[in-house]
Design a binder for this molecule. Sequence first.
Ligand SMILES: Nc1ncnc2c1ncn2[C@@H]1O[C@H](COP(=O)(O)OP(=O)(O)OP(=O)(O)O)[C@@H](O)[C@H]1O
Ligand SMILES: Nc1ccn([C@H]2C[C@H](O)[C@@H](COP(=O)(O)O)O2)c(=O)n1
Length: 230
Amino acid sequence: MSVPVIAVDGPSGSGKGTISRQVANRLGWGFLDSGALYRLVALAALRRALPLDDADALFDLARNLDVHFDAGGAEGPGVFLDGQRVSSELRTEACGDAASQVAALPPVREALLARQRDFRVAPGLVADGRDMGTVVFPDAQLKVFLTASREERAQRRYKQLMEQGLSANLQSLLDELAERDRRDTERVVAPLKPAEDAVEVDSTHMSIDAVLDEILSLAAKRGLSTVPGR
Ligand SMILES: Nc1ncnc2c1ncn2[C@@H]1O[C@H](COP(=O)(O)OP(=O)(O)OP(=O)(O)O)[C@@H](O)[C@H]1O
Ligand SMILES: Nc1ccn([C@H]2C[C@H](O)[C@@H](COP(=O)(O)O)O2)c(=O)n1
């Protein structure tokens, strides 16, 4: 049997990363934050002053990206670009917006495809993104499409930025989310949409623990069991 995959797709701020990381931890599986790869391409392009619509240059950049991930310590998971830790820089709204732009280019997606599939190693993988269930792992054993209203997602992001001691404006966050949703759902290649066999979970009125329980229960029903003791 192929190495099992749980694919978690959905719009920005729906909680994919938070939930997927915890599901992976509970199952004792690996975790792929595919958005980080697009953010890394965007960051590398910005650092080299490459236009974000130069498909040929960005294809080369994405194919030769020097990145590695580690589990991290007290400061959280580590992401390294050209040997330098870039975890915080990667999470900025500016980097997310640039990632959404480079992700609309078919050659960039093609360049990152094999790199994402390489994460599929035993005992299993939880992968979060926009096209995990539709394109990257179409044979995933469980596909979840995680959503929340735009207002709730903006509120969550606002709270997150406040907790980090950063300034934020709720209306600007709402506008940025609307633009990112539009770009991610309307692009020609691998647009954000639920796979036909995905289970849709609307987390607008659910706590993180409630979403986690729901997905673990869906996983258990498909025989995707937890590691004893977890
Ligand atoms: N069900 C929930 N209830 C309340 N807050 C939540 C819930 N799920 C996630 N959050 C919070 O919302 C914020 C955004 O979550 P997260 O970064 O996981 O979303 P995401 O979908 O991965 O976003 P992006 O695609 O932009 O990376 C975080 O601060 C997280 O703690
Ligand atoms: N599988 C993926 C993952 C991400 N993207 C693009 C679109 C997002 O706006 C951007 C940043 O992703 P995030 O870190 O916010 O999940 O990257 C994509 O097209 N496909």
